[in-house]
Design a binder for this molecule. Sequence first.
Ligand code: ADP
Length: 365
Amino acid sequence: MAVVELRNVSKVYDNKLKVVSDVNLTINDKEFVVLVGPSGCGKSTTLRMIAGLEEITEGQIYIDDQLINDISPKERDIAMVFQNYALYPHMTVYENMAFGLKLRKFSKEDIKQRVNDAAKILDLEKYLDRKPKALSGGQRQRVAVGRAIVRKPKVFLFDEPLSNLDAKLRVQMRTEISKLHQKLEATMIYVTHDQTEAMTMGDRIVVMKDGIVNQVDTPMNLYNKPINQFVAGFIGSPAMNFLKGEVIKKDAIKLIVNKEIQLTIPSKFNSVLSKNLGKEITMGIRPEDISSTNDLNNVEFQKLKILVDVVEPMGNETFIYFNIDKKQFIVRVPSSNNYKAGEESDVFFNAGKAFYFDDEGNSLY
Ligand code: ADP
């Protein structure tokens, strides 16, 4: 059992800036929670406060109802895996994994059992006699994870553990860590700036910006019901497109972007948008909700003339780039399409799938 609870947790470094602001968060037993956000948003600091590597300026952190603010990192029953592996170069894989247990005065037999068990789980049995320099990046990271596993801690903390790996290995290790979580049934808290890692690994995701938790939710809820424009733009790849305009009512509710672009908003959004008549709002639309065709004559589709800027074939699909008011838009279309860079063409905004935000970026519904 390991529930981690943060109550009104804040961090101020010596320079007096509040880099983590009033975080309230409960991580449930056996849950995999990912802290995600742009670089500098306070993710690592939050994780390091849980680990005991940073002092907590304000607030309380509990593990299983025990207040741990003043408990040393060693006594918190937490293991942390770092981005740079932090392996001892002169020790073998076995010794690296055994080291922490030796320090804690575990018996030789117990150490052997635990290291062998971890090596089995992580497919490191063949490498136990090797030094880190004779391992690939992925294997080194597995040793770092192994060192955490042997301790059988209550809580695992991961600080950007895959950032040093190449793209292919990152994907592989991602699934390995997810499988490990299922196998160990442990509480895990994972920090990354990569929204894809967050989406694919987290039971729940905590989206942070400027030290503030913006939304805590399941991956699909973050995607489908972002609380604000920041979350909407951060989650999803390629990112959501945003279009500013004024809400008016003329026959129907419309979004006036500029002289040429006036979008009719589907009536299902009337109750929300009619409260914003005369105001400037932002429409958000995901690249997959802009179409190259409207074969089914969907009335919610809004035709737009565009000048194609760039065409990026990805193999299974193609990304089309164009600009509105000097802001870049991206569309995902099937790989069989007729778009050509430098030519005028049409796209269709599926206004029924759009998101709407007020002038402060808060979701309107
Ligand atoms: P993230 O993990 O989201 O990239 P961090 O938690 O590492 O962000 O950092 C949050 C903010 O705190 C950043 O602006 C960073 O520059 C600042 N910061 C981190 N460590 C220290 C420190 N030891 N002293 C002063 N400022 C720090």
